[in-house]
Design a protein around this ligand. Structure first.
Ligand SMILES: *[C@@H]1O[C@H](CO)[C@@H](O)[C@H](O)[C@H]1NC(C)=O
Ligand SMILES: *[C@@H]1O[C@H](CO)[C@@H](O)[C@H](O)[C@H]1NC(C)=O
Ligand SMILES: *[C@@H]1O[C@H](CO)[C@@H](O)[C@H](O)[C@H]1NC(C)=O
Length: 314
């Protein structure tokens, strides 16, 4: 921005004694983040030389000097009905500004100006207000999955693109508000009662609420209260298993006996077959022997005939 000396002097006059004089000062954060729909309380304080009286205080967006008729969001000299911008400060040294149910278009750099009976001053840097989506609100947990053993612990954190200075955080389990507030919820000595869906919200109305985060507390086995839960299924299963094993054993036994019987029959039959084959083979051998060795076969028929005779005789 190019300025001529006249403009510069006017600016200096309007802005008051800059920098050098510590008596004139406005203190506020450089930036402030707020989730859409929630309430922002921007801390602010100011000082001026002793003996002066503050006559007018003004907050205005996106203006270096914030003087005169500059559009503003708060002006102590005017009554403004139905404003979401509330001045929580005073005319002495507190210039805290509250923005109720922030909307996207509230994002701006706001400056505070106060006018005394002997000149005024505007905090030069201003506070840059960022407004982020309500969808940004999330529950983060200190564990990787959603299952914790009984007696264990977990810390839940309510996070968003904003850091939560000056913001109320409310916690809910299954939609019911918990007594704990603040960005972190520490749960320890967990019992089954802690199982449920956890959400957090950035305002007491619960309008901008996070997606649910579900916690399952695993009750340790062998505990009396859990005994009846698994005893019945386990006993039913063991009875069924025993019956099945008995049936199986019976079946195997029967099959074995059957197989043994069959096997002995087969063996007997095989023995019979073998005998028959052996007899057939010997006949063949005998025949070939007879056929190819007529000289030796001559003596052979003798005993054979004898046997046949003896059989016939018998
Ligand atoms: C947050 O709250 C505001 C105001 O009630 C509402 O307009 C906005 O839709 C909410 N955002 C979410 C993500 O619920
Ligand atoms: C300024 O006023 C607000 C709202 O009343 C209060 O919360 C805050 O503590 C005050 N700040 C100082 C520095 O006194
Ligand atoms: C928690 O959320 C899950 C899924 O969103 C749902 O199935 C379950 O019923 C909820 N539990 C309770 C206690 O509301």
């Amino acid at each position: 921005m190019k300025m001529n000396p006249w403009t510069l002097s006017v600016l200096l006059l309007l802005a008051g004694p800059l920098g050098a004089d510590p008596d004139w000062h406005v203190e506020y954060p450089d930036s402030f983040c707020v989730v859409e729909g929630s309430t922002a309380t921007i801390p602010c304080s100011f000082t001026h030389p002793a003996g002066l009286r503050v006559q007018r205080v003004v907050w205005c967006p996106n203006h270096e000097i914030c003087h005169g008729t500059t559009p503003n969001v708060y002006d102590s000299s005017k009554v403004r009905a139905d404003s979401r911008f509330l001045y929580l400060g005073d005319l002495v040294g507190n210039c805290t500004l509250k923005i109720i149910k922030t909307v996207k278009r509230d994002a701006a750099t706001y400056r505070f100006r106060f006018k005394t009976n002997a000149g005024g001053f505007t905090g030069p840097r201003g506070v840059r207000v960022r407004v982020t989506d309500g969808e940004d609100v999330k529950v983060r947990s200190s564990i990787t999955d959603n299952v914790v053993k009984e007696g264990g612990q977990v810390t839940l954190t309510c996070t968003s693109a904003c850091s939560f200075h000056q913001l109320d955080v409310h916690w809910y389990r299954n939609g019911h508000v918990l007594s704990e507030t603040g960005p972190a919820l520490h749960l320890s000595s967990l019992t089954n009662d802690n199982t449920g869906n956890y959400t957090c919200s950035l305002d007491s109305g619960g309008q901008n609420t996070s997606a649910p985060w579900s916690l399952l507390v695993l009750v340790a086995e062998g505990k009396p209260e859990s005994g009846s839960d698994w005893l019945l299924p386990v006993s039913v299963v063991s009875v069924l298993l025993a019956v099945f094993l008995l049936l199986l054993a019976g079946l195997v036994f029967a099959k074995r006996r059957h197989a043994q019987k069959k096997a002995s029959e087969v063996i007997q039959k095989q023995e019979v077959d073998c005998k028959q084959e052996a007899e057939g083979a010997s006949e063949e051998v005998n025949y070939s022997t007879v056929h190819f060795k007529p000289s030796s076969s001559r003596s052979a028929p003798g005993p054979e005939h004898e046997i046949v005779y003896s059989e016939v005789v018998r």
